[in-house]
Design a protein around this ligand. Sequence first.
Ligand code: AHM
Ligand code: MG
Length: 338
Amino acid sequence: MNRIVTLDEFIIRRQKDFPFASGELTGLLRDIGVAAKIVNREVNKAGLLNILGVADSQNSTGDVVQKLDLYANDKLIECLKNSGECCGVASEECEELIAIPPVDDKPSKYVVVFDPLDGSSNIDVNVSVGTIFGIYRRVSDPAGPCAIEDFLQPGNQLVAAGYVLYGTSTLLVYTTGRGVNGFTLDPTIGEFCLSHQNIQIPARGNYYSVNQGYYLKFDLEMRRYIDHCSDMNLMLRYIGSMVSDIHRILFQGGIFLYPNTRKYPQGKLRLVYECNPLSFIVEQAGGKAMTCQLERVLDLEVNHLHQRATIAMGSPDMVDEMKEFVQRYSATPIFGKR
Ligand code: AHM
Ligand code: MG
């Protein structure tokens, strides 16, 4: 029988890959793992408690907030505040960043961004949801509190990123820029165990994932590409939970699209909390991630915390093909853009 490798053990082993590592990032990843277990416990028993349903508030971008979103948000913030390993957090559910004072006078050099419960429209109907996170090294003066510039770094500066998928089983997938690894929560021992080592996205797949209900609201070039996916007999899969849709594509190949619509001219998904961390993971697994205007997502300038972006990500050959369609059918000449 293969020996079980727990997330904690794996993270500590990997610390040796970074010769100047102080253990801070290692500690931070472990703390996120702990928060994920707490959120998982609540997600699993959500139907038993009176915490399902819509809370009496909207988040900073006007979406209806589910109660479980608030719970997950609070738990992540609480775990990170107590950990002493990060000096600030920014969450999709909070308008502003939250500065975290040093624990035991120990200054920290990292900040964490997260979407506590992505795909929240699925919560009430027992469909998979996820948590997405990203970690940056702070760029502000380490002597003071964290600052907005720590969070407005482009995705290419991410030190680590990951997601937790609360599905038929609970999985934590993360990267520190040296490949992507996945861990499945074994509920009998309460540990995330290494289950998917060095995840590589297939060059192509049989799935495309897009909200086809918005088809008529997409630009012509995107409609043409979607027609092509259909002509090629690709299978449409769209859960409405980006983590779940990307998870399938990571393992089985395919392309995920969230283009601009009339309602969301800049796209709907959040660059800081959703697009950048997942793009880092997809690229680390050998995939590609670009906007529907053909810019590399990880190179986008970040101007504000709740900035939105369009996205096309997944299997490299399929993203390249999408790019060709956009170049061919786009009304605006955008050749030469990467
Ligand atoms: P959320 O973070 O508020 O849950 O919204 C993000 C979700 C993504 O997970 C998903 O891909 C998308 O929104 C679905 O949006 P739509 O219903 O417009 O297709
Ligand atoms: Mg989200």
